[in-house]
Design a protein around this ligand. Structure first.
Ligand code: NAP
Ligand code: MN
Length: 267
């Protein structure tokens, strides 16, 4: 088994990484920074975002596992003191009655950015946002190549189902189960008047739909792809759709999404 570990860099996470390497070595796992089969993220959900983007070119051939060193995370379901148990399950030594590991796949979104100076495409695990650096943004939103609305306000957020519990939730968006292949478009403080009128509600688009966001004035924009910030002053448009590829997580024990939601926000 070829594996790699990424951690948040704090003392506890670094210490756990060392423990992981020691136990993995005893099982004959091979540390491989180039083509790992399993990538372990130790830290928080933000660490998983880093892990995802570090291996963005190899997503279809990797299964991710998350260990949290702070609060329970959406992408990190193992506790700091459970590494020995995790390693034994990873090596297939879970003992009699242990359920077989399952691979769960979560949808991602692809954003294709067109600037006056060229094109680029990105994959998001949580969300894409378009925000203003100075003043409000003005943008036209088309759905499936037809005009939908003219947006003015602080910005627009397009989230994946697993990202729906992050920024999207703060914007009043719905939480979407990751078995639903969709993207969600949410508004960030829209201004509504006679000229600019937006729907107000978040929109959930299925995977065979796409939306285009056109920059409608000269503006300095901030684009975020998960934790990554990109500044742009020559944006033409952004096309968003559910990506063809998905992220895989390996589950050695069940932890239903709605239980994570309850745990994170209510319990
Ligand atoms: P951060 O500022 O540490 O993240 C903000 C919080 O979002 C952290 O508590 C983080 O958990 C949590 N989080 C990340 N992904 C999540 C998910 N899928 N479901 C529920 N909570 C999640 O920055 P970061 O760690 O680099 O994460 C970047 C993310 O922050 C962005 O993708 C965006 O979703 C989120 N964000 C939220 C707001 C907002 O709610 N107003 C504003 C900007 C960005 P950990 O502490 O475990 O990392
Ligand atoms: Mn974080």
């Amino acid at each position: 088994m070829r594996y790699y570990v990424l951690d948040r860099g704090d003392d506890l996470s670094v210490e756990l990484t060392e423990q992981f390497h020691k136990l993995a070595g005893e099982q004959g796992f091979e540390l491989d920074a180039k083509s790992p089969e399993i990538v372990v993220s130790i830290g928080g959900d933000g660490t998983m975002l880093h892990a995802f983007h570090t291996f963005i070119d190899r997503i279809p051939s990797i299964a991710f596992v998350g260990i949290h060193t702070g609060h329970l995370g959406f992408y990190a379901d193992w506790k700091a003191d459970e590494i020995p148990e995790l390693i034994s399950l990873m090596s297939g030594q879970g003992g009699p009655g242990t359920p077989k590991p399952r691979i769960v796949n979560y949808p991602l979104i692809e954003v294709e950015i067109t600037k006056k100076s060229g094109k680029a495409s990105y994959i998001c695990l949580n969300e894409f946002t378009l925000k203003s650096v100075d003043g409000t943004i003005v943008a036209q939103v088309d759905i499936n190549d037809r005009l939908f609305e003219m947006f003015r306000g602080d910005g627009i957020c397009v989230s994946t189902p697993s990202g729906s519990t992050a920024y999207n939730k703060s914007l009043g968006g719905a939480m979407v189960h990751p078995s639903i292949e969709a993207l969600q478009l949410s508004e960030i403080a829209s201004i509504n008047n006679r000229v600019y009128r937006t729907m107000g509600s978040s929109l959930v688009l299925p995977k065979h739909h796409h939306c285009d966001i056109y920059s409608r004035k000269e503006q300095n924009l901030l684009i975020t792809i998960d934790h990554i910030n990109l500044h742009m002053n020559d944006l033409v448009s952004v096309r968003c759709h559910v990506a063809r590829q998905k992220i895989s997580f390996v589950r050695y024990r069940p932890f239903p999404f709605w239980e994570r939601v309850r745990n994170a926000f209510l319990d």
